[in-house]
Write a protein that binds this ligand. Sequence first.
Ligand code: ARG
Length: 271
Amino acid sequence: MTKTFGKVLGLISFITIILILAACGNGAGSENGPSSDSSDSSNGSDSGEEKVLKLATSADFPPFESRTPEGEFEGFDIDLANLIADELGYQLKIEDMKFDGLIGSLQSKRVDMVMAGMSMTEDRRKNVEFSTEYNRSGEMFISKPDAGIDSLEDLKGKTVGVQLGTIQQEGAEKLKDEYGFEVKKLDSANILIQELKSNRIEVGYMDKSVAKGYVKEQGLEGFDDPTTSSPGMGIAFPKDSDLVDDVNDILKKLEENGKLAELKDKWLSEE
Ligand code: ARG
């Protein structure tokens, strides 16, 4: 009787241990989402052979990211993302969304990383992880050539368009009372340019490296923001993502082998 009881007890403990071990095994790794295991970069977003790196961007921001008339993604960030995916041995999948939704897509782990000319602000750092800096750009105010807007003082009484969720929105809101202008928040940089061209806003405020392109292409004018102190741009990841170290190593490698400089020459060099 006692013997049988002992055996049953033994069996139950054995099964319990097996179940606990199995549960641990399943749990580990799933916590950080798809691309979480840095010790084994073969751990892709999808199970099986296909290893997918999900990138989100806001493709309204040439020369960093935009869409060709055929709908293909192109730009500095896109080329860099492809190089990174190649190095990691992942297939790159790009999702286009509003800039304002990018941080949320990382927080919900819907995507593995974001490249969108995103400035690495302290506020964003509270919610996402950043790579090392890969580019730096100041800010610029742009307007139609006949508008006569050449300084902060000229912004008085004007409406300044900014892209929703950007550091320019934040910056403009800080300056608006001092210089007496209105801020209009717009979903995309493309809409901002349309609004400017159709006189619904008088001024646009955006990253200098992007503004310069629009100035040239659309025959606009602009002046540098003398107050700017924006942080550099980086790649953003969900908090605790194991991809950060791998990607930083790759960025370092691309810097050392000159590939990053090549990309900058290709997309960002124009003065
Ligand atoms: N650098 C600015 C920021 O981080 C604007 C970035 C906008 N990017 C875009 N793809 N539209 O807030």
